[in-house]
Write a protein that binds this ligand. Structure first.
Ligand code: ANZ
Length: 963
C-alpha cells in the first residue's frame, strides 16, 4: 500500500481518534448491520395474504416489484462490473421503501445451462457441486454489498421445487393450442372436443376423429400443440454437441457461446410455437415502458412483412411464393427455390430442355446432377453467408419452367442459395429490375430484366443501361398491362392493393402477412438442464407426465459430459447424455390407464427455460400447490393504471438480452395469461438497461495484456516492470488481467464507498471506465459525513437543538427535493452530487467538528440511506433512534425554501427609492405589486396619498406614481 492511501492513513490515525470512519470501522459497521438485517428480516416484503391481510396500514401502501436479471453462478465470481445493476435496483428499492411502498426485491440464480455445465466439465466436478459452490461464493460477495433482498424469496432454477413448475408450465404449453379466432391459447382438450363433434374438420384426413388411430390423432394434435416435436432443419453445433435456437446463433452463423460453427441439420427436436404469438408480441410492445432501442430490436426480430402469396403453376404442381411486392408481378422473369425446397426433388427432368443456356447448367450433364451438386454445396454454408448482399450470386437451373399467372409467360425455375427455406415459402418470384439480389443474379445468368416501376431518378426504362435495380416504392407502374388486370399508371401502394384483389378474385393468391420470427427450438443435448416431463409409449406417442409425477428430477449420473465432435464436422449427430442411463430412460408408469412401459425424453430444456417465468415465482416461492397464488400474483403484477398488461414495476439488466430472454419470457407470460394462470400478459412493465463498467487493458509491446493493478503512470505514459505499455478501454475480466473484485474494494474502503462510487461514476445507462484510484473520493465523502455528525474521540453525536440558519435551510431543502427526484428518476450520480454539495455546505457552515442542528443531521442521514445504507443505519442509531433507517420516511422538502436565491426589488415613489424587497426571481407582476403596496416603508412613505399608476417590472422594479 502506498503512503498516500487514505485508508492506511486513516488506520494509522485511528488510535488518536478511535471513532474515526476508517476502513476497519466501515467493515465492522457493515458486518454488524448485515447480520442484524438478516436476523430482523428487515427486507421481508409481506404478501397480500397473511401479514398484509391483517394490517390495514400496510394494505393501503402501493406496491413496487423491483427486479434484476438474475445471474449465472459462474466459477469466476463477481468483478465490480457485475453488481452495477444490483446496486442500482437496491438504491431504488430502498428509496421506494422510504416513500411509502411495499417493496419486493430479491435475487435468485439462473443456474442451469451451458456456462455452468462447461465450467463443470472443465474442472471435472459434477455441475451440481460446482454450481452450488459458485452460488455460495457469489452469495457471500453479494451479501457484502448490503443489498436489501428479501432472502426468503430467493431460489435457484436448479432447485427441484422450482423446476417442478418449469416442467409443469411446459406441460401446460404442450397441452394447449392457439385458437386464431379467439386470438388466444386454449387447452388442447377443447380442440379434441371440436374434432370429435365434427364442428371442426380434421386437417389432412377424410375420416372422422373416432376412426383415426392413436398415432394419427397424435400427429394431428402435434400440428396444433404450442410445444411440439418436429423434424425440421435445426442449428446443429458439433463443437458444443447440441442444437441451438436461432437467437443463439450469431450474425456470422456461429454459436453465441464458444463461437463454434453452426450447421443446418434435420433432427427431431422440441419446438415452442412462439410464432402463434407474433402479432401480440408486436402489439403489446406499445404498452411497455422499455428503451426504444430494445423495442426496435424485438420488432425487427419478429419482422412483420405485409405482402402476398402467389401461385405459379408448373408441371401439374404449383410453386407458392411470398412477395412484399406483388405489384411487380409483370416484371417476374424467373423464379428461385431454396435448394432444400421439397418441390425440387419432384420436378427435376431427365435432360436439359432444348437450347438451355450454358451458364444455367453449372457444367453438369443433367438437371439432376446439377441440382444434387448445388444442394451439397449450399448445405455447407450458413444462412448468413448465403444471404450476403455483396457476394456473387450462384445457382443452377432445375430444367423446368413455371407460368407467370398474370401474363402466361414461361419463366425458368432456378435453385439458388440466396433464397432461404426458413423464410416465407422458401420460393420467390424474381423481379430483377426492382430487387438488388435478383438484379445481380439476372446479370450473372443473362436473364431478362424488365422494368415495371418507372424510375424517378432519370435513368429511363431501358434496363440494359442500369447498374443496379430501381427499388424505390415512390413511383408509378409501367409495362404492366394484362388481359384481365392492368396496373399501368398506378402508384406502388395502389398497384399492390389492385393486384392483391385480383389474385384473391382469381384464386391465384392472396394478401398475407409474413413474419421473420421462427418457432423456438427448445431442446438441447446436454445434461445440465430441466428434463422434459415427457415419456413415449411403445408406439412412440409422446405423453406429458401428470402433475403428481413432477418434478421429474435430473438423475445423478457419473457421466454428464456432452458428446462433442470436431467443431466443423457437419455430418455428426448429437447424443444426449441422459440417454446413457438405461434405468432412468426405460420406466413402467401408470398414466391413468394401468402400468405400461415408457421411454423418457432424453433431451433437456435450454438454459432460457428457467428465466422465462421466475418473476412469478419470487411472488410465492414456497407454494407447492400452484406456481403462484392468483391473489398474490394480482397484487404484485396485475394490470393497473398506466400498466395495461401488468408486470414487474422495474426490471434492470443488460441490453444483450433483447431478443432472447425478453422475448421468451413475454411469450410464456402470454400463454400463462391465456390459460388463466396469471393476470399479467406481460412480465416486465418497465425495462432499464444499465451501461457496462469497462476497464483499461494494458498491453506490452507483444500485445499481451499485463496486470493492470501493477501498471504505473508516469509523465503521461504507462509502465509495467520498466517497460512502456499501451492503454485501451475494454472489457473487464480475468483474461485481460484487469478484473477488480468488489471484495477488494469493500476490504479497502467498505461496501458503502463501493456502492457510492459505482453509482457516482456516471448516468446509469452509460458505460463507464472503472478507475480504482478514484474510489477514494467517495470514501472521503463518507468520512466528512461521519465527522459532521459523530465526535471522533467519543463516538457520541455532536448534534445540537439549535435552529438552522436560513442558508442551511435552503441548501437542505434543495438537496432533499433534488435527491428525491433524482432517486425516483434513477439518476443516482446527480443525487450523490447533491448530497456532496450539501455536506460541503454543512462542513463550511458549522466547522469540521460537526455540531449540526438535529433537524439538519437527520434528513441528511435519511437522504444518504438508500445509497449508503450501512453508515446511514449506524448514524441513525447514533442519533438516538432505535428502529431501522430502512423503513423511515424519506424527508420531504419545504417548498418555501425551494425558491432560488432571492433578488432585490427597488420600490420607487415618484422616481425616488423608498424601499427594497427580497423577492423570488420568478415572482409575477401582480404578486410583486401586492408585496410592494403592502410593505410597511412604502405605506409610510405614501402617507395615504392617492395612487395614479403603478409600473411593475418584475422582479426588479416597482414605480408608484401618486397625485
Ligand atoms: C418480389 C420482389 C420484387 C421482392 C421486388 C422484393 C422486391 P421482407 O421484406 O424481408 O419480408 N423473399 C421472399 N422469401 C424469401 C426467401 N425465402 N429467401 C430470400 N428472399 C425471399 O422480404 C420479402 C422479399 O424478399 C420478397 O419480396 C421476396 O422478394 C424475397 F421488387 O418478391 B420479393
Amino acid at each position: 500500500m502506498s503512503e498516500t492511501n487514505p485508508a492506511a492513513t486513516a488506520a494509522a490515525s485511528a488510535e488518536a481518534a478511535p471513532h474515526r470512519y476508517t476502513a476497519a470501522l466501515a467493515a465492522e459497521i457493515e458486518a454488524r448491520w448485515q447480520d442484524f438485517w438478516d436476523v430482523d428480516g428487515t427486507y421481508a416484503a409481506p404478501n397480500p395474504t397473511g401479514d398484509l391481510a391483517d394490517d390495514a396500514e400496510l394494505a393501503a401502501k402501493p406496491k413496487k416489484f423491483i427486479m434484476d436479471m438474475f445471474p449465472y453462478p459462474s466459477g469466476a465470481g463477481l468483478h465490480v462490473g457485475h453488481p452495477l445493476g444490483y446496486i442500482a435496483t437496491d438504491v431504488y428499492a430502498r428509496f421506494q421503501r422510504m416513500t411509502g411502498h411495499n417493496v419486493l426485491h430479491t435475487l435468485g440464480f439462473d443456474a442451469f445451462g451451458l456456462p455452468a455445465e462447461q465450467y463443470a466439465v472443465q474442472t471435472g466436478t459434477h455441475p451440481r457441486v460446482s454450481t452450488e459452490a459458485n452460488m455460495e461464493n457469489m452469495k457471500a460477495q453479494l451479501r457484502r454489498l448490503g443489498l436489501g433482498h428479501d432472502k426468503r424469496r430467493s431460489f435457484a432454477t436448479i432447485d427441484p421445487e422450482y423446476y417442478k413448475w418449469t416442467q409443469w408450465i411446459f406441460v401446460q404449453i404442450f397441452n394447449s393450442w392457439y385458437d386464431d379466432e379467439a386470438g388466444k391459447a386454449r387447452p388442447i382438450s377443447e380442440l379434441v372436443v371440436l374434432f370429435e363433434s365434427g364442428e371442426r374438420p380434421v386437417p389432412g384426413h377424410t375420416r372422422a376423429w373416432s376412426e383415426l388411430t392413436a398415432a394419427e390423432r397424435a400427429d394431428v394434435l402435434g400440428e396444433f400443440r404450442l410445444a411440439y416435436a418436429s423434424d425440421a432443419p435445426v442449428n446443429w453445433c458439433p463443437g458444443l454437441g447440441t442444437v441451438l435456437a436461432n437467437e443463439e446463433v450469431t450474425a456470422d452463423g456461429r454459436s453465441e457461446r464458444g463461437n463454434f460453427p453452426v450447421f443446418k441439420a434435420k433432427l427431431r427436436q422440441w419446438n415452442m410455437r412462439i410464432t402463434a404469438y407474433a402479432d401480440r408480441l408486436l402489439e403489446d410492445l406499445d404498452g411497455l415502458d422499455w428503451p426504444e432501442a430494445i423495442k426496435l430490436q424485438q420488432r425487427n426480430w419478429i419482422g412483420r412483412s405485409e405482402g402476398a402469396r402467389v401461385d405459379f403453376p408448373v408441371d401439374g404442381e404449383r410453386i407458392t411464393v411470398f412477395t412484399t411486392r406483388p405489384d411487380t408481378l409483370f416484371g417476374a422473369t424467373y423464379m428461385v427455390l431454396a435448394p432444400e425446397h421439397p418441390l425440387v426433388e419432384k420436378f427435376t427432368p431427365e435432360a436439359w430442355p432444348e437450347g438451355t443456356h450454358e451458364a444455367w447448367t453449372g457444367g453438369h450433364a443433367t438437371p439432376a446432377e446439377a441440382v444434387a451438386a448445388y444442394r451439397a454445396q449450399a448445405a455447407a454454408k450458413s444462412d448468413v453467408e448465403r444471404q450476403a448482399e455483396a457476394k456473387d450470386k450462384t445457382g443452377v437451373f432445375t430444367g423446368v419452367f413455371a407460368v407467370n399467372p398474370v401474363n402466361g409467360e414461361q419463366v425458368p425455375v432456378f435453385i439458388a442459395d440466396y433464397v432461404l427455406m426458413g423464410y416465407g415459402t422458401g420460393a420467390i418470384m424474381a423481379v430483377p429490375a426492382h430487387d438488388t439480389r435478383d438484379f445481380a443474379f439476372a446479370r450473372a445468368f443473362e436473364l431478362p430484366i424488365r422494368c415495371v416501376v418507372e424510375p424517378t431518378d432519370g435513368r429511363g426504362t431501358d434496363t440494359a443501361t442500369w447498374d443496379d435495380a430501381f427499388a424505390s416504392y415512390d413511383a408509378k407502374l409501367v409495362n404492366s398491362a394484362g388481359e384481365s388486370v392492368t396496373l399501368d399508371g398506378l402508384a406502388v401502394p395502389e398497384a399492390k392493393a389492385r393486384i392483391t384483389e385480383w389474385l384473391t378474385e382469381t384464386g391465384l393468391g392472396e394478401g398475407t402477412v409474413n413474419f421473420r420470427l421462427r418457432d423456438w427450438l427448445f431442446s438441447r443435448q446436454r445434461y445440465w438442464g430441466e428434463p422434459f416431463p415427457i415419456v413415449y409409449d411403445e408406439d412412440g406417442i409422446a405423453h406429458a407426465l401428470p402433475e403428481s409425477m413432477l418434478p421429474l428430477e435430473l438423475p445423478e449420473v457419473e457421466d454428464y459430459s456432452p458428446r462433442t465432435f470436431e467443431p466443423d464436422d457437419a455430418d455428426t449427430q448429437p447424443e444426449t447424455p441422459l440417454s446413457r442411463n438405461d434405468e432412468w430412460v426405460h420406466v413402467t408408469l401408470d398414466l391413468g390407464d394401468g402400468p405400461k412401459k415408457y421411454r423418457r425424453e432424453t433431451n433437456t430444456m435450454p438454459n432460457w427455460a428457467g428465466s422465462c417465468w421466475y418473476e412469478f415465482r419470487y411472488l410465492d416461492p414456497h407454494n407447492d400447490r400452484e406456481l403462484v397464488d392468483p391473489a398474490i400474483e394480482q397484487y404484485w403484477m396485475g394490470p393497473r393504471e398506466g400498466m395495461p398488461h401488468g408486470g414487474v414495476d422495474l426490471y434492470v439488466g443488460g441490453a444483450e438480452h433483447a431478443v432472447l430472454h425478453l422475448l421468451y419470457a413475454r411469450f410464456w407470460s402470454k400463454v400463462l395469461f391465456d390459460l388463466g394462470h396469471v393476470s399479467s400478459a406481460e412480465p416486465f412493465h418497465k425495462l432499464y438497461n444499465q451501461g457496462m463498467i469497462q476497464a483499461y487493458v494494458y498491453r506490452d509491446s507483444r500485445g499481451i495484456a499485463v496486470p493492470a493493478a501493477e501498471v504505473e503512470e508516469r509523465d503521461g505514459a504507462f509502465w509495467y516492470q520498466g517497460e512502456k505499455v499501451s492503454r485501451l478501454l475494454g472489457k473487464m475480466g480475468k483474461s485481460l488481467k484487469n478484473a477488480v473484485t468488489p471484495d477488494e474494494i469493500a476490504a479497502e474502503y467498505g461496501a458503502d464507498t463501493l456502492r457510492l462510487y459505482e453509482m457516482a461514476m456516471g448516468p446509469l445507462d452509460v458505460s463507464r471506465p472503472w478507475d480504482t484510484r478514484a474510489v477514494v473520493g467517495q470514501f472521503r465523502l463518507l468520512q466528512r459525513l461521519w465527522r459532521n455528525i459523530v465526535d471522533e474521540n467519543t463516538g457520541a453525536p455532536t448534534v445540537t437543538d439549535a435552529e438552522p440558519d436560513e442558508d442551511t435551510l435552503r441548501a437542505l431543502n434543495k438537496a432533499i427535493d433534488g435527491v428525491g427526484q433524482d432517486l425516483e428518476g434513477l439518476r443516482f450520480n446527480t443525487a450523490i452530487a447533491k448530497v456532496t454539495e450539501l455536506n460541503n455546505h454543512l462542513t463550511k457552515a458549522y466547522g469540521s467538528g460537526g455540531a449540526l442542528p438535529r433537524t439538519v443531521a437527520e434528513p441528511l442521514v435519511l437522504m444518504i440511506a438508500p445509497l449508503a445504507p450501512h453508515i446511514a443505519e449506524e448514524l441513525w442509531h447514533t442519533l438516538g433512534h432505535t428502529d431501522s433507517v430502512v423503513h423511515q420516511d424519506f424527508p420531504v422538502a419545504d417548498p418555501r425554501y425551494l425558491v432560488d436565491d432571492t433578488v432585490t426589488c427597488v420600490v420607487q415613489i415618484k422616481g425616488k427609492v423608498k424601499a427594497r424587497l427580497e423577492v423570488p426571481p420568478n415572482i409575477s407582476d401582480e404578486e410583486l405589486e401586492k408585496a410592494a403596496l403592502g410593505d410597511e416603508k412604502v405605506v409610510a412613505a405614501l402617507g395615504g396619498a392617492p395612487i395614479r399608476k403603478v409600473i411593475v417590472r418584475a422582479p426588479k422594479l416597482v414605480n408608484i406614481v401618486t397625485g
